[in-house]
Every structure is written in structure tokens, then in C-alpha cells.
Design a protein. Structure first.
Length: 217
């Protein structure tokens, strides 16, 4: 028996699709390309599954790639150094009289203390951020090496078919259930082979590997 809506196969004796709630038929009509609405529904279902998986990850924060952290830190360093240095130069020109501004002496002193202090703080933050770039760069290289090692090992051991065979995945299983079972399996294999990997990193790898194994989902 077949569901005419989701096209899942059921054993004899079942008359209604568990997922769609529609009566089953003995034969399926000629398959046609899914409509844009169906494509969107499948995409939304997958998005819901991904979000639910992240929500159930034992409260761990979502993993942020080291390359993204490095780029953010570099942008912060350059921005603060540029603003801080430019501000201090501007203040120096004002107090040297090269940029004439009409202020009372006490106002000029207040402005010098407040604005000068702010620009100096920007410069310090920028320099400290720049000094952290070296350490982050090493972490980027380590992350790349770990990702490659995990990917090479996993795809040498498993394929999409072998994962489904190991889990005895049935064609009629709901997509969300398949997603959770496969994702948990991938995560378990990675944790067993790479016990030193942090859990958020393993979650990140599992999601990446799932996308590569099952792009049709």
C-alpha cells in the first residue's frame, strides 16, 4: 500500500498514512515534478528538524567556525586602531591650533580629556585585538586539520547507504525521524573515533557530514 501524498510504502493491513492522514492506495499515480509549494514545505520541514536538533543538543551553544572568529577579530582590530589613531591625531591637531575651533578654555580641556580618553581606549582595544590574531590563526589551522582528519576517516568508513543499513532505516519512516537517527549515528561515530573533540565541534561536523551524505533530504 502507498500514500498518494508523500509516496511512502506501507505493509498490508495499514489503510491510512501516519504522516499525512490520507487513505492509502494500491498503486501510485505517475510521478510528476514536485510543485514549488511542495519544495518549500520540504525545505521548511528540514529547517524545523535542524533547529530542533540544535535545541536538543544538551544546552550547548552553537559552534562558531574559527575562521569566522578570526575574521571578526581582524575587523575589530583594524576598525578600532583606525578610529583610535585618527581620533588622537585629530585631537592633537585641534590642541596645536592647526584646526581652529572656538571653544572656551575649560571646554577645550574637558573635550580633550573625554574625547582623548575615548580615542585612546579605542586604540588600546584595537591593539589588544590585533595581538590575539596570531593565536586565533593557529586555532584556524588546527580546526582545518581536525575537520579534514574527521572527514577523511568518516567517509572512508561510511556512505549514505551504509549508514541507513546500520540503522535499518525504512523507506516509510518520516523524514524527521530519519534525520535524528542518522545525525545521532554520525555523532556517535565521531565521538568514538575522536574523543578529544569538543561536543559543539562534533555537532558541527555531524551536521556538515549529514548535508554531504543526504543532500536530497
Amino acid at each position: 500500500m502507498w500514500c498518494p501524498q508523500c509516496r511512502s510504502e506501507y505493509r498490508d493491513g495499514i489503510t491510512v498514512c501516519n504522516d499525512c492522514g490520507v487513505p492509502l492506495v494500491k498503486t501510485l499515480p505517475v510521478e510528476i515534478d514536485p510543485s514549488p509549494a511542495q519544495h518549500q514545505a520540504r525545505a521548511l520541514d528540514r529547517a524545523d528538524s535542524l533547529e530542533h536538533m540544535r535545541a536538543l543538543s544538551d544546552g550547548n551553544k552553537a559552534y562558531v567556525e574559527m575562521q569566522a572568529k578570526y575574521e571578526d577579530m581582524k575587523s575589530t582590530a583594524y576598525s578600532f586602531i583606525l578610529v583610535g589613531a585618527a581620533g588622537l591625531i585629530l585631537m592633537a591637531l585641534i590642541f596645536a591650533g592647526m584646526i581652529p575651533l572656538q571653544f572656551a578654555a575649560y571646554m577645550k580641556s574637558i573635550m580633550g580629556v573625554v574625547m582623548g580618553g575615548m580615542f585612546f581606549l579605542f586604540l588600546v582595544i584595537g591593539i589588544r585585538s590585533y595581538m590575539q590574531l596570531g593565536g586565533l590563526k593557529q586555532k584556524v589551522l588546527k580546526e582545518t586539520e581536525d575537520t579534514e582528519a574527521a572527514k577523511n576517516w568518516f567517509f572512508d568508513q561510511f556512505s549514505a547507504k551504509s549508514v541507513d543499513v546500520s540503522l535499518d532505516i525504512q523507506k516509510q519512516e518520516p523524514l524527521q525521524q530519519k534525520f535524528f537517527r542518522r545525525s545521532h549515528f554520525i555523532k556517535q561515530q565521531l565521538q568514538g573515533q575522536f574523543p578529544d573533540f569538543a561536543e559543539p565541534f562534533v555537532d558541527y561536523l555531524a551536521e556538515q557530514f549529514y548535508e554531504e551524505l543526504f543532500p536530497q533530504d
